[in-house]
Design a binder for this molecule. Sequence first.
Ligand code: NDP
Ligand code: HSE
Length: 445
Amino acid sequence: MTSASAPSFNPGKGPGSAVGIALLGFGTVGTEVMRLMTEYGDELAHRIGGPLEVRGIAASDISKPREGVAPELLTEDAFALIEREDVDIVVEVIGGIEYPREVVLAALKAGKSVVTANKALVAAHSAELADAAEAANVDLYFEAAVAGAIPVVGPLRRSLAGDQIQSVMGIVNGTTNFILDAMDSTGADYADSLAEATRLGYAEADPTADVEGHDAASKAAILASIAFHTRVTADDVYCEGISNISAADIEAAQQAGHTIKLLAICEKFTNKEGKSAISARVHPTLLPVSHPLASVNKSFNAIFVEAEAAGRLMFYGNGAGGAPTASAVLGDVVGAARNKVHGGRAPGESTYANLPIADFGETTTRYHLDMDVEDRVGVLAELASLFSEQGISLRTIRQEERDDDARLIVVTHSALESDLSRTVELLKAKPVVKAINSVIRLERD
Ligand code: NDP
Ligand code: HSE
C-alpha cells in the first residue's frame, strides 16, 4: 500500500541521468564503497544507465586526514547532506542504532532511496523503516547487513520468492567463528583466541555484540523476516553467546566427532495446536564434522537454506571486512540507482504470513550434557530414569572414570527445549550430580 501523497509509480529520471549519492560514514566500509565507486565509475554507469555522482560524505570528524577525497565533499552534517535536491540515494555505513535511525528515516521521508549495511538498525526498526520507504515510494536495501559479501537477502527475497522456505541456518558472525575455529584447531582457550581475533582486527575493541551473540541475533531476525514473510525483530530471537565455551567443551566435541559453531537458526514448524509457527535462535551448537557448516573455518560465514522445491542450498564467503562488505553495498547501490534512472521499485518488506513467533521453550532441540557424577552402583540408572520421567529419550551415554567421581556425557534425542531445560534443573538438584560442566545444543546432518 502507498500513502495518499506518494506517487504510486516511480517513472525514473530517464536513461543517461546522473544519480546523486550521499555517503554517510567513511570508516572501514565507507572508504571501500568510495574506492569502488571511483575506480569502477565508468563500468557502473553502463550497468546502471547513468553515472553515480557522490554529492557528499558525512563523517563524525572531518579534520581527520582522508586520503584521496576532495575536502569539499566532507561534512559533519549528515542531515543537511541528505536533504540536498541532487541526492537520490543515501548510503548509511555509520553503525549504531539511534542516530542512523533518525537520519535514515529523514532520508526516506525526503524521497531518497537508502542502502544500509547496518544490521542492528534494520533488526530493531524494520517496520518503521519499511513503512517510511513504502510511503515515499523509494527503495530500502540492506544486503550487506547479513553476512557481508554473501548474497543472501537478494536470493531469499527474489530468487526463492516462489518457493517455501523451511529453515535458514547459518554462521553469520565472523569474529565468533574465528574464535571457535582457533580453539578447535589449536586447542587454545577462549580468552587467548579472543585476544588473537582482536589482534587480527576481527573483533572490535568492545567485542560484546559479537561474542554474546547479539550481532548474529540481529542477522537472524532479518533472515527470519524475509524467509517467513513475518516481521521478526532482534528481541524475538533467543540469544546465547560463546563466552562460556571452554577448551574442555571443544575437546569433548572432537572426541564425539563434532565441532562447535555459533549458529543462527530460523525455522518454520508445526506447533502444539497444529498451526505453522516460526522460531529464531542463536546459540553455540555441536555439529557433526560431516555437516556442510562444520567446515566453515576462520572468519568465513555460510548460510544453509532448506526450501521445499529447491532442496538444500548453501551460501558461503566473506562475512565481514571493508571490501567484501562494500561489494554488497555497491550491488544494492546499483539496484537502487537503476530504479532511480529507469523507474520502478525493488521488492519491499513482505509480512503477509504474519506467523506466530514461538517462545524458545516451544522449539525442538537436542542436548549434549557434560556432567560430573558420583561413581557408584545405581547412579546411571537413577539419572536415566530421570530423563525417562521427563519424556526425554537418550541417544548416547559415555562415561569416563576419574579418581573419585565419573564424567558422564549424555546426548539426547530431540525434545522440547522447555522439557530439556527443566530436566537440567532437576539434574542440578540431584545429590549424585556433582557438577554440570556444560550444556550445548546439537544439530544433525
Ligand atoms: P567504522 O567505525 O569503521 O566507520 C564508521 C564511520 O561513521 C566513520 O567514518 C565515522 O566517522 C562515521 N560516523 C560516526 N558517527 C557519525 C555521525 N554522527 N555522522 C556522520 N558520520 C559518522 O564502521 P564500519 O565501516 O566498520 O561499519 C559501518 C556499518 O557497516 C555498521 O553498521 C556495521 O555494522 C556495518 N558492517 C560492517 C562490517 C565490517 O566488516 N566492518 C561488515 C558488515 C556490516 P569518523 O571517520 O570521523 O570516525
Ligand atoms: N562483527 C561482525 C562479524 C561484522 O564479526 O561478523 C560483520 O557483520
